[in-house]
Design a protein around this ligand. Structure first.
Ligand SMILES: Nc1ncnc2c1ncn2[C@@H]1O[C@H](COP(=O)(O)OP(=O)(O)OP(=O)(O)O)[C@@H](O)[C@H]1O
Length: 317
């Protein structure tokens, strides 16, 4: 049952979600010593649970449009699994075993891969630590971001409503030198222009595409976008690569942005800056954010609500 709050419908509603490891993968394994003991324990649990080993048991929560909701809880309680399930990116052998995930009112659990791909292309972006390895080390940031724009460029973004000069649009917190001013709220407009221009240019990079990438990189806190665009990922720090990824993900115009431990690899100063940046990006891109983090202090500052998962993933709001 999807509950409305103040007449608003949740963008994301997770209902009695259970995730498990499907039995065949374990039942076929053999082992020795304590390892074999653990497996036989797991197999016992699988038998009791009709062919799967439960990893997450009963999780329910809602996220409303425009919110930043933080998901926290002890290590291993299933936060990342929940995030992966919402993005349709559970590993082979791991599956949703019960419950529903409603995105914009539609249960997305039964989706086939094609629909998941579309959802990930158009609506839901998942940033995980391993995403960094998705950057190709031997291609410039420009080449990679241009490819991303080509992939997503033709889509109309219904939620990009802010007009230039919208009061809610701001620049990102500065990570290096003071930033050059960005045309407030102009990104959605530029994005539409690029889509059209890319189409007309038959896929070649265009001037407006360049301008959009510059604006996008400024939004994620780069004072000198040209230098970043001409760089190879190995020439950038981990924090810089993370912001390039953030830019790549935002270029597809997602509505729901899930960030799984976006600050773990960063020092305190950069951690605060990334959190401030997320808060800013929510305004600039009309994002709804699900933030998974152990950093209670940090999430306490930026989240509208903090949800606490219990061990073995039991949680009801
Ligand atoms: N691919 C997998 N195969 C088997 N078990 C898995 C797999 N991925 C996760 N698990 C198990 O599922 C449970 C939940 O893992 P998950 O990574 O979601 O926890 P988490 O709350 O995100 O932990 P952390 O805060 O340490 O990142 C853990 O017991 C973990 O060992």
């Amino acid at each position: 049952m999807i509950e409305r709050v103040d007449g608003r419908k949740p963008l994301l509603h997770v209902e009695h979600l259970g995730i498990g490891r499907i039995g065949a993968g374990i039942a076929n394994e053999t082992g020795t010593g304590s390892d074999a003991g653990r497996k036989s324990e797991a197999n016992g649990e699988i038998m009791r649970n009709g062919g799967h080993q439960p990893l997450l048991r009963d999780v329910s929560f809602s996220v409303y449009p425009g919110e930043i909701v933080a998901l926290t809880g002890p290590s291993g309680c299933g936060k990342s699994l929940t995030a992966h399930a919402i993005a349709g990116m559970l590993e082979p052998g791991i599956a949703v075993t019960q419950g529903h995930i409603y995105y914009n009112g539609e249960d997305i659990v039964p989706f086939h891969e094609r629909r998941w791909q579309r959802l990930r292309r158009e609506d839901i972006a998942l940033l995980i630590q391993q995403s960094l390895s998705g950057l190709n080390p031997i291609r410039t940031v420009r080449a990679q971001l241009t490819d991303t724009l080509r992939l997503h460029g033709r889509r109309h973004l219904p939620h990009e409503q802010k007009e230039p000069g919208h009061a809610g649009a701001h620049t990102a917190p500065s990570f290096a030198a003071p930033q050059q001013a960005v045309l407030q709220g102009a990104l959605p407009w530029m994005r539409r222009m690029i889509s059209r221009a890319t189409e007309l240019a038959g896929g070649r990079a265009t001037q407006s595409q360049e301008a959009y990438l510059h604006a996008l990189l400024r939004k994620v806190g780069f004072a000198d976008p040209e230098r970043i665009l001409s760089s190879y990922p190995f020439e950038l720090s981990g924090g810089m690569c993370q912001r390039v990824l953030l830019a790549a993900m935002l270029s597809s115009g997602p509505r729901l942005f899930i960030a799984d431990e976006p600050t773990t690899a960063l020092d305190v100063i950069n951690r605060d800056k990334v959190l401030a940046l997320l808060q800013q990006l929510r305004e600039d891109f009309d994002l709804t954010i699900l933030l998974i983090s152990h950093d209670r202090q940090g999430i306490g500052r930026i989240a509208d609500r903090v949800l606490e998962m219990r061990p073995e993933g039991r949680m009801h709001e």
